[in-house]
Design a protein around this ligand. Structure first.
Ligand SMILES: *[C@@H]1O[C@H](CO)[C@@H](O)[C@H](O)[C@H]1NC(C)=O
Ligand SMILES: *[C@@H]1O[C@H](CO)[C@@H](O)[C@H](O)[C@H]1NC(C)=O
Ligand SMILES: *[C@@H]1O[C@H](CO)[C@@H](O)[C@H](O)[C@H]1NC(C)=O
Ligand SMILES: *[C@@H]1O[C@H](CO)[C@@H](O)[C@H](O)[C@H]1NC(C)=O
Ligand SMILES: *[C@@H]1O[C@H](CO)[C@@H](O)[C@H](O)[C@H]1NC(C)=O
Ligand SMILES: *[C@@H]1O[C@H](CO)[C@@H](O)[C@H](O)[C@H]1NC(C)=O
Ligand SMILES: *[C@@H]1O[C@H](CO)[C@@H](O)[C@H](O)[C@H]1NC(C)=O
Ligand SMILES: *[C@@H]1O[C@H](CO)[C@@H](O)[C@H](O)[C@H]1NC(C)=O
Length: 304
C-alpha cells in the first residue's frame, strides 16, 4: 500500500508538467479517455444500482387486520407476542367483532382483548366498518360509528383511536364523494373516538384523484396478492413519495423468499407507503394469524 502510494505521488508532478506545458494533445487524449470511462462504466452502474442505495430506509408501521374472535384469553397470543417483542414497531390494529362493531358494550371476551391492547403504548385501535362501495345505507354506517364511539362509555380502555372504512369506491362520482365526506365527518364528530381519530379508507387500489378529502389520514392503495402487486408496481411508484404517510399496502399470498430478498422488498414498499401488512396466507387472510408473522414484523424498518 505505502510503496504504491509513494510511487504514484512521485510520478505525478513530471507528468502534469509535461501535459500542461509541452504536450497539450495529451490533455485531449486524457479527456477522451475520461469521457469513455464515464460512458462505459459510470453510466451503466448508475442505471443498474437500485435507488435505495442512495438514501436511507424509511420507518414504517403495521396496519394489522385482526378479524378473529378472541374466544379465549389466549386466542390473540400471536398478536400480543408480535407487539411485545417489537416495542419499537407501531401497530394499528383493526378490530372487527361482527363485520362492524356488533353490540355496545362489546361481548366480555372482546372487552378483555381490547382492554389488553390498550395496555401497549405501541398500539392504536381502529374499528372496522364496511360501506359496500358507498352503496350501503349511510344511516347504518353512521350508527356503526356511533356504536364504536359508545364503547367509551363502558370504559375508556375500550376506546377506538379511529375507524377503518372498508369497501371504499375508487371510481369517482359526486354522490359517493359526498357520502365519504359525511362518514369522515361523523368520525370527527364522535367524542367517544379518541384522538387522533384516525380515518382509514380501503379502496384496495389507487382511487380517483378527486377523492381528496383532507380528513382521510390513510388510504389503502393496494390490497391484493404479491403476484398482482408485480403488475401494479409501476402505477404505485407514480404516487408521490412525499405522501407515503397517507398510503398503506396490504399484500397476501406472499411467496417464500430468502430473508435478504424479503428485507429488500419490504424496504422498497416502506419507501412508498408508511403502513404495511404482508401475509403468506392465501385465503381468509385476516381470519387467521400468519405462521410467518414474526418474520414480517422483524423486517419492517423502524428507524429513519
Ligand atoms: C381472562 O382475562 C380476564 C382479564 O384479565 C380475567 O378476568 C379472566 O379471569 C380470564 N379468564 C380466564 C379463563 O383465564
Ligand atoms: C336507511 O335506513 C334507515 C334506518 O334503518 C331508514 O329509515 C331509511 O329509510 C333507509 N334509507 C334508505 C335510502 O334506504
Ligand atoms: C352505550 O354504552 C352504555 C355503557 O356500556 C350502554 O349501557 C348503552 O346501552 C349503550 N348505548 C347504545 C345506544 O348502544
Ligand atoms: C353515483 O353513485 C351512486 C351510488 O353508487 C349511484 O346511485 C348514482 O347513480 C351515481 N351517479 C352518477 C351520476 O353516476
Ligand atoms: C358533524 O357536526 C357538525 C357540527 O356540529 C354538523 O353540522 C354535521 O352535520 C355533523 N355531521 C355528521 C355526519 O355527524
Ligand atoms: C379536490 O378535487 C376537486 C374536484 O373534485 C377540486 O375542485 C379541488 O380543487 C380539489 N382540492 C384539492 C385540495 O386538491
Ligand atoms: C395525509 O395525512 C395527514 C395526517 O397524517 C393528514 O393531516 C392529511 O390531511 C392527509 N392528506 C390528505 C390529502 O389526505
Ligand atoms: C430469517 O429471518 C428470521 C426472522 O428474522 C429468522 O428467524 C431466521 O432465522 C432467518 N433465516 C435465515 C436463514 O437467516
Amino acid at each position: 500500500m505505502e510503496s504504491l502510494k509513494r510511487t504514484t505521488e512521485g510520478a505525478t508532478p513530471p507528468l502534469r508538467r509535461r501535459c500542461n506545458l509541452r504536450r497539450p494533445w495529451l490533455i485531449a487524449i486524457l479527456i477522451s479517455v475520461i469521457i469513455v470511462v464515464i460512458i462505459v462504466i459510470v453510466v451503466p452502474l448508475a442505471v443498474i444500482l437500485p435507488k435505495k442505495h442512495h438514501h436511507k430506509v424509511k420507518a414504517a408501521k403495521v396496519l394489522f387486520p385482526v378479524y378473529i374472535y378472541p374466544e379465549t384469553n389466549t386466542t390473540w397470543d400471536p398478536l400480543y407476542e408480535a407487539i411485545t417483542t417489537h416495542p419499537e414497531l407501531d401497530f394499528i390494529v383493526i378490530v372487527n367483532p361482527s363485520s362492524g362493531p356488533g353490540s355496545s358494550p362489546p361481548s366480555t371476551q372482546y372487552q378483555v382483548a381490547v382492554k389488553r391492547l390498550s395496555t401497549y403504548s405501541n398500539v392504536q385501535k381502529v374499528g372496522y366498518i364496511p360501506t359496500n362501495y358507498a352503496d350501503r345505507n349511510i344511516t347504518e354506517v353512521l350508527e356503526a360509528v356511533a356504536t364504536y364511539s359508545n364503547w367509551t362509555s363502558e370504559s375508556s380502555t375500550l376506546s377506538m383511536d379511529g375507524i377503518f372504512f372498508d369497501e371504499i369506491p375508487y371510481d369517482w362520482n359526486s354522490t359517493k364523494s359526498e357520502y365519504l365526506t359525511q362518514i369522515n365527518e361523523a368520525v370527527k364528530n364522535s367524542s367517544g373516538i379518541a384522538s387522533p381519530q384516525l380515518i382509514i379508507h380501503n379502496p384496495g387500489t389507487i382511487p380517483d384523484s378527486r377523492y381528496n378529502d383532507t380528513t382521510t389520514d390513510i388510504t389503502v392503495v393496494f390490497e391484493q396478492s404479491y403476484s398482482y402487486y408485480e403488475t401494479q408496481v409501476n402505477a404505485l411508484e407514480d404516487l408521490s413519495t412525499s405522501r407515503r404517510g397517507n398510503y398503506s399496502y396490504m399484500l397476501h399470498s406472499m411467496p417464500t423468499m430468502s430473508n435478504h430478498t424479503l428485507k429488500n422488498f419490504i424496504d422498497d414498499l416502506s419507501d412508498r407507503a408508511e403502513y404495511l401488512f404482508l401475509t403468506t396466507l392465501e385465503a381468509n387472510y385476516y381470519e387467521k394469524f400468519d405462521p410467518k408473522l414474526e418474520v414480517f414484523c422483524d423486517m419492517v424498518p423502524t428507524t429513519e
